[in-house]
Design a protein around this ligand. Structure first.
Ligand code: SF4
Ligand code: SF4
Length: 120
């Protein structure tokens, strides 16, 4: 079973990409970056949050997400950075360094990071 959390861009989430319907569709249909779970019957979205805003407060935010998931006994294994975050990096001035973040998350929280979610 794959248990995932999604971290979106606070500036885009529910502003330019409404209600996170695109990621939810991709999860249901195992499309985009969720195609990697296509043979996995149980793909669970445990948490859906945002980066904590510019200039990239993502580490304290994911630490809090993990703590709350732990108190609910609903921990996640993998963090996907939303396509909104990827777009913010490509087209805006998002300061996040994905490689550095993935390393910090792995080192401090023991979670894998996947960059991206849907392709819609
Ligand atoms: S890319 Fe995904 S996480 Fe980001 S705002 Fe859109 S649906 Fe939500
Ligand atoms: S631009 Fe980057 S740091 Fe700023 S809110 Fe979006 S994802 Fe977060």
């Amino acid at each position: 079973m794959a248990r995932v959390a999604i971290v979106g861009c606070k500036r885009i989430q529910d502003q330019l990409c409404i209600a996170c319907e695109k990621c939810l569709k991709a999860i249901r249909k195992r499309e985009g970056e969720f195609a990697r779970y296509k043979d996995d019957d149980e793909l669970e979205l445990v948490a859906l949050g945002n980066c904590g805003d510019c200039p990239g407060l993502i580490m304290p935010k994911v630490v809090l997400m993990k703590e709350i998931a732990g108190t609910l006994d609903e921990d996640f294994d993998i963090i996907h950075l939303g396509t909104c975050v990827v777009k913010a990096k490509k087209t805006g001035k998002c300061p996040l360094d994905f490689e550095q973040i993935a390393g910090l998350i792995k080192e401090n929280l023991g979670k894998e990071v996947v960059v991206g979610t849907h392709n819609y």
